[in-house]
Design a protein around this ligand. Structure first.
Ligand code: NAP
Length: 246
């Protein structure tokens, strides 16, 4: 990854932060985005002064469209982008509201789409774009209806845009993690006992009987962002410890 400049949305926590650390350790220059001032500051402290930390709300259409301009203040090209920022709210259909629906689609789908549109002019030829979807798009997980629909949309965008952007030298791929130990589980909006039960169920469904680590996903993201995957295009790579099989 030496001398590569890589943008990671949602790079202030969990999978995004682990990917930023891995790529930085391999010589890449990383730009990470997030929204929460505390996690933005913590990420700057973790990644150090060479990392560019950008406050950018993926859920606002203005924020998504302005991402390219925000990046341009610090970098004149991008060799790759990991469009990873995402939110998850779980609950039965009776408890879901139009606001929750719009928020999840706003960040997970509209944000990804218009962020990519806004950085297109910065992407080098060749370059690599990776979307973070989820294995839930392949499952039928109760209480995850809206979230799963957003991730199915992300997989679809990855497939279509891989064909559309190939002539520009931009490779698009998607990765689909299963249960990965990150702060996202505390943000699901489930009561504490339901959250614990869900986490235990997910761990037991894995063939390894455990959650994956953000670092394990980061290594897959690194592969897809690097020249090592130069002939890989338009795929959705599942990294779920076998959860989809049980
Ligand atoms: N963990 C899993 O089990 C799992 C499984 C499958 C897929 N995924 C996907 O992996 C991605 C990363 O999740 P994670 O597990 O690493 O969760 P996380 O630790 O909660 O990290 C989410 C990241 O996204 C950022 N983000 C959320 N909403 C944003 C917004 N409106 N604008 C800008 N940034 C925003 C967060 O920044 P702030 O802190 O500033 O909000 C944070 O940096 C998500 O797309 C998620 O759906 C996770």
């Amino acid at each position: 990854m030496k001398n590569k400049t890589i943008l990671i949305t949602g790079g202030t926590s969990g999978i995004g932060l682990a990917t930023a650390q891995l790529l930085q350790g391999e010589g890449a220059r990383v730009l990470v985005t997030g929204r929460n001032p505390e996690t933005l500051a913590a990420a700057q402290a973790t990644l150090g002064p060479s990392a560019i930390v950008i406050a950018s709300d993926s859920g606002s259409i203005g924020g998504a469209r302005e991402l390219g301009a925000a990046v341009r203040k610090h970098a004149d090209k991008l060799d790759g982008a990991f469009l990873n920022a995402g939110v998850a709210r779980f609950g039965p259909i009776e408890d879901m509201t139009a606001e929750i629906f719009d928020q999840m689609f706003g960040v997970n789908v509209r944000g990804v789409y218009f962020q990519l549109q806004s950085i297109l002019g910065l992407l080098t030829r060749p370059s690599s774009v990776v979307f973070n979807a989820s294995v839930v798009a392949q499952l039928g997980l109760p209480t995850a209806s809206i979230y799963s629909a957003t991730k199915a949309a992300v997989v679809s965008l990855g497939k279509t845009l891989s064909v559309e952007l190939a002539p520009r030298g931009v490779r698009v791929n998607t990765l689909s993690p299963g249960p990965i130990a990150t702060p996202i589980y505390a943000k699901l909006g489930l009561p504490a006992d339901a959250q614990k039960g869900f986490e235990e169920q997910m761990a037991s469904q894995s063939l390894f009987k455990r959650f994956g680590t953000p670092h394990e996903v980061a290594k897959l993201a690194r592969f897809l962002l690097s020249d090592d995957s130069s002939y890989v295009i338009g795929v959705d790579v599942t990294i779920d410890g076998g959860v989809r099989l049980t």
